[in-house]
Design a protein around this ligand. Sequence first.
Ligand SMILES: [Zn+2]
Ligand SMILES: [Zn+2]
Length: 401
Amino acid sequence: MLNPNYKGKLINSINIFCKNINCSNCGGTYNFQTFSCEYCGSFNETLKKSYESISSLIPNLNKDNIDKEITLYLYKLINSSDIFNHALEQFDLTKDTKNIIKELETKVYYNDLDVKLLEGIFSNDIFLNIDNVLRDIILRNVILGKNNLSEELIEKVISHLVLSDTRKISKDSRFYIRNLGDKVEGLAFHYYVCLDKEVMDNFYDNGDISIFYVLPHEMMHTYRTYLESKGIVSSIYDVLALKERLLREYNQDIYFNDKNYIKNLHEIEANAFSYHSGTNYLKSLGFEIKEDDALRISGIINNDLTRLDNPLREIDGELVNINELFADFIKDKKDFLYKYPQLHYEFKEEEGQIVYKSKMELVDEMIFQNKDESLEELYLYLIKNAQERERIKDKSDTLKS
Ligand SMILES: [Zn+2]
Ligand SMILES: [Zn+2]
């Protein structure tokens, strides 16, 4: 057995080393001779110390004295950086780690060592890419009330569930559990997902499954953020959703009321995703959710799904068209047109103002675009709107003359 002092020191040093592996100033990588960032040049003393500590401890390791816990941490180390690969090549860390996880998958109750291993696995981003069988077994046991793990550890498992998805769209994604107050079950902000503590407690204490509907709802919001920031547009729906978000962000006082909230495209799509994703995930764990319950918990029961392209909203008792509201809003906001290139389909800059493209301009562009069917549909929608606008304008011009 490895001297327990060595073991504690090794695990601690690996944690510190992995935390410091990228430059905190610029995200760059370090040179392991100088311990300065290869991009911005800043020196990292902590990284140097942990590197030296690990280097001095590795010679004490051999196949007979590395236990399961050390194996997991060494696996974390070689997956964070390849600098120690040579020094550790006598160990088959990937295979051994897989076996440790396989063994944990066969258990329902965990002893103290198992708990330590689970903490090692679920506290670590490295393990976001392993297969999710172990995670799903643990969550299933919580629902069934067969669980002896602490709430803190179950929170880490839930975090794994969220981040294994959201990290695919952004390395900046984060997950938090907070007291969000009455009636708020979750929040999404950019690539951050936040879950209400009460929803978490209900899951942990009573096996309440609503958590599996709340999370995908918020995750859909982060995915929409991703599409909008990349300027990805595949239908008129994407354009309307962006307009509605910008209007909400900048005109909250006039725009926010409950009637519009349930019509908000972001909420509708989040509810729809929650309904499918929650139900399917629970099904994969072996639970059948009644249709009525899934509709209610996901919130989709409140949504009119037949008209996702409906631009009408009610503000102060009057029906307004978000297309018109937006055209007025964006007039003097040139920076928006550059920040969101997807608005270029419909708008252009002319004499310092942001204005609609004409029907003829849209028709020309549609002909020259890349025979993409979904874009063609988008253009047809925009052309129809342009035609309507120009018809109304012609009419009022005629009346004036
Ligand atoms: Zn740097
Ligand atoms: Zn929402």
